[in-house]
Design a binder for this molecule. Structure first.
Ligand code: DX5
Ligand code: ZN
Length: 220
């Protein structure tokens, strides 16, 4: 079984010390930097935009895993590619022509992911799973850090894992929201490949050590 990937969410970083926090992630056992882009329309919150992504990109030494919580994401695909994004994830609920959007992300040279809200059935990805590099399962309602983990996530991961196997796809499963040492083992056991963690990392006494602990969670 592959090593779990950890993607600390910079939404929970100290923006007054952004360079310091990005560099902490650089030095840690994290695999990716997770960036959350919110437009105040798709979700009831606005996070940060291009100038901050540009700053993060300047200091980050690991791939940028960028989660767009915005309507009509096609408008900004080239912009994120130019900013050096590695993985660009759009919401299923925000894309009328998902297949076209995924192809456009790949044509711009990035890996393509699709995020599902807690109420969205994973079966809806059946006809596109082979084209996806990653599926992000939201384990809270998108928009804010620090919320409680929704329990139906485990079942969604298991169903998705089965679908990926049946299609002989190599899609990664990422889980985002309320992830901590309390549920990491169970998420990996269900089939998660990437864990996003915001509050549980940045609100801990030693964020770098917390990342290492998450990265070392294993199942027998
Ligand atoms: C929420 C974002 C998450 C958020 C996770 O909409 O997608 O990435 O930063 O934060 P925690 O880990 O605190 O739930
Ligand atoms: Zn996210």
């Amino acid at each position: 079984m592959n090593q779990i990937k950890i993607a600390p969410s910079l939404l929970a970083a100290d923006f007054g010390n952004l360079q310091r926090d990005v560099e902490m992630v650089n030095q840690s056992e994290a695999t990716w930097h997770h960036l959350d882009i919110m437009d105040g329309v798709f979700v009831p919150n606005i996070s940060y935009g291009m100038p901050i992504v540009k700053t993060i990109s300047k200091f980050a030494s690991k791939p940028l895993d960028t989660h767009l919580m915005i309507v009509d994401p096609d408008r900004y695909i080239q912009t994120f590619a130019d900013l050096g994004v590695y993985m660009l994830t759009v919401h299923y609920e925000a894309c009328t022509h998902l297949h076209r959007t995924i192809q456009a992300i790949k044509a711009a040279g990035m890996k393509a992911g699709v995020a599902l809200n807690p109420h969205t059935n994973v079966e809806l990805l059946k006809n596109i799973i082979g084209d996806l590099d990653l599926v992000l399962i939201m384990s809270v309602n998108p928009g804010f850090g620090g919320q409680s983990f929704i329990l139906n996530t485990y079942e969604k991961i298991r169903t998705l894992k089965q679908m990926i196997k049946e299609n002989k796809a190599s899609t990664l499963i990422e889980v985002d929201g309320g992830v901590s040492m309390d549920n990491a083992g169970k998420l990996i056991e269900a089939g998660a490949d990437v864990l996003v963690a915001g509050s549980s990392v940045f609100r801990s006494k030693n964020p770098s050590e917390t990342i290492a602990e998450l990265a070392q969670v294993s199942i027998s």
